[in-house]
Design a protein around this ligand. Structure first.
Ligand code: F6P
Length: 609
């Protein structure tokens, strides 16, 4: 029997008295979580089961079966596999006008069956349910992972720690709508009585990359573009003074609104940039201007107030939203609603929710995020291809790859399983990408003939732009999409010496022009690129990354690796301060190795000159 016929269990509906997700029915409000905080934290029975289940996934028979199956797949070639129409149909999926074609993956029906067996062994369904049910699946930070609640409709109930979070989410969304409407229609004016037409969003990492991706995707969308007329949204992420200068270049404080976006409100780069821009603002408009020109998005409202931003002008989110999963919170919704209007951005939330629902309820074999995750695990862990190229054939998605790079690599770049034991295999994947066809003229040589890099091609049926050259049969968009179709097949089929000889290619060039093919890819085709479909794309990727982490048995929701560098930077900062104030050099007893001591002193010398 084919695995795609399996149905999802209906366990996504919470039982009364437990944290979880409910439909629109009344009653059944869960009891408060009894979980203790801190070091003596006790796991709920569901979490104990999941933690145990995820141990040693690589020791299970299901894992071994996939390892054995690699030998079988190595005997196949995509050139031949693609001749099998039945197989192609089996690997072709559609959900709400999103088409995903996995037929160019190095898989057979048996591979998918074995991958689903592995998913079952990893308790993937229970883990998905635990996430949607508000269980604290981020064990090392003792937090729920509920970014899906950010796009839940008003009438849905999602509980964590005994409280339904959806009303709070909508309270903030309503506040965003009210505030952004006022700024956009000129009811909210700057300190000198001028409308605020320019917005600078200051934030880094997850407080930047998601909003940048969505902003870039919508800039040329017609309805969104109309809404954005006369408005200007910029981002300031890097602490580099060059980035500050570029973000502020040409702006006037009296027409500028600053949005400081930081989950913790402690990130060194963001706070320094926020202070710098506050100085830029107040130097011209005076201190009182802050209340009209600066707003904040954070979970840390105490620090927002201490910074001097009116708590009335703060837009909250919650510790159950990871930074890199926060674009659907005020992190993205505030700056993007200022630019495009709340109604457009609500469509974005609806698109993300649509795919969340598909993810939560569809059988694995026809569940697009699950299939993306399963083939990702297959390529990375079993076939040994560590990278993934994200290749949208639309310039509007030029910031998708940088965003997904953070979501994927910060989430799944882990070396230990949930219980802290060292992984016996390599988890995570190296994500990169560029829009086609630009990428073709950059790194495609390597992916055609050098290393094997699984690819994800994303195509759009109807362009955001309808600019056609008169008399051209093939439009710019058709030309772009010809490449979308051609590249996937070129990677899969390659070119043989026999074919080259038949084309009279001289013998000396045959090795250079031979392409082995058999290079895996997935093709995703969307009807158009709107706020709604951009939301769908976001959810596809967020959930596919969760699937990979759930199967690998890691915690995809913490990011301790980022801390190490931050701590060392603080040490350098303290030393630099001392050297500057005491007019001295870094010495051998200051705790740095020889190399860093020398480099630091050269830097300090350079500044002094
Ligand atoms: O890069 C590490 C990180 O902690 C991200 O996860 C986060 O999105 C980013 O820094 C910014 O953090 P914050 O929003 O707290 O300023």
């Amino acid at each position: 029997a084919l695995p795609r016929g399996r149905r999802a269990p209906v366990s996504a509906v919470a039982r009364p008295g437990k944290a979880g997700l409910k439909g629109n029915s009344k009653g059944g409000v869960p009891a408060a979580s009894k979980r203790s905080q801190g070091a003596t934290r006790a796991l709920s029975p569901a979490m104990v089961e999941l933690e145990t289940a995820s141990l040693q996934i690589s020791q299970t028979p299901e894992w071994k079966a996939l390892e054995d199956h690699v030998t079988e797949i190595e005997q196949t070639h995509l050139r031949v596999l693609l001749r099998d129409a039945k197989r192609s149909e089996f690997l072709f999926h559609e959900h709400n006008k999103i088409i995903s074609d996995f037929s160019r993956q190095r898989v057979t029906e048996k591979t998918i069956e074995l991958l689903i067996n592995l998913a079952d062994r990893a308790k993937l369904r229970k883990k998905i349910d635990a996430m949607f049910n508000g269980e604290k699946i981020n064990l090392t930070e003792d937090r729920a992972v509920l970014h899906v609640a950010l796009r839940a409709p008003r009438n849905q109930q999602i509980f964590t720690d005994g409280a339904d979070v959806v009303p709070e989410v909508w309270q903030v969304l309503d506040k965003i709508k009210s505030f952004t409407d006022k700024v956009r229609d000129g009811t909210w004016l700057g300190a000198t009585g001028k409308p605020l037409t320019d917005v600078v969003a200051i934030g880094i990492g997850g407080s930047f990359l998601g909003p940048l991706f969505v902003h870039t995707a919508l800039r040329t969308e017609q309805t969104a573009g109309e809404e954005a007329k006369g408005r200007n949204l910029r981002f300031l992420a890097n602490v580099d003074p060059v980035d500050v200068a570029r973000a502020l270049n040409g702006l006037r404080p009296e027409t500028t609104l600053i949005v400081v976006v930081s989950k913790t409100f402690t990130t060194a780069e963001t706070m320094l940039n926020a202070r710098t821009v506050r100085t830029w603002l107040t130097a011209e408009l005076g201190k009182e201007a802050v209340s009209k020109h600066m707003v904040a998005v954070s979970t840390n409202l105490k620090l927002v107030k201490e910074f001097g931003i009116d708590p009335e002008n703060a837009f909250a989110f919650w510790d159950w939203v990871g930074g890199r999963y926060s674009v659907c919170s005020a992190v993205g919704m505030l700056p993007l609603s200022l630019q495009y209007g709340f109604d457009i951005m609500e469509q974005f939330l609806k698109g993300a929710h649509d795919v969340d629902d598909h993810f939560r309820t569809s059988p694995f074999g026809e569940n697009i995020p699950v299939m993306l995750g399963l083939t990702g695990v297959w390529n990375t862990t079993f076939l040994g291809y560590p990278s993934l190229a994200i290749l949208p054939y639309t310039q509007a998605l030029s910031k998708l790859a940088p965003h997904i790079q953070q979501v994927s690599m910060e989430s799944n770049g882990k070396g230990v399983s949930l219980d802290g034991s060292k992984l016996s295999f390599e988890a995570g994947e190296i994500d990169f990408g560029e829009p086609g066809t630009n990428g073709q003229h950059s790194f495609y040589q390597l992916i055609h003939q050098g290393r094997v890099v699984p690819c994800e091609f994303i195509g759009i049926v109807k362009s955001q732009q309808s600019v056609y050259l008169k008399g051209e049969v093939v439009s710019n968009h058709d030309e772009l999409m010809c490449n979308f179709f051609a590249q996937a097949d070129a990677l899969a089929t390659g070119k043989t010496p026999v074919e080259l000889r038949a084309e009279n290619v001289p013998d000396s060039l045959i090795p250079h022009k031979t392409f082995t093919g058999n290079r895996p890819s997935t093709s995703v085709l969307l009807p158009e690129l709107t706020a709604y479909t951009v939301g769908q794309i976001l959810s596809l990727y967020e959930n596919r990354i969760a699937v990979q982490g759930f199967i690998w048995g890691i915690n995809s929701f913490d990011q301790w690796g980022v801390e190490l560098g931050k701590v060392l930077a603080s040490k350098v900062r303290a030393e630099m301060n001392m050297c500057r104030t005491q007019d001295r050099k870094v010495g051998p007893s200051d705790g740095f190795n020889h190399s860093t001591t020398k480099l630091l002193n050269r830097y300090l010398d350079g500044k002094a000159r």
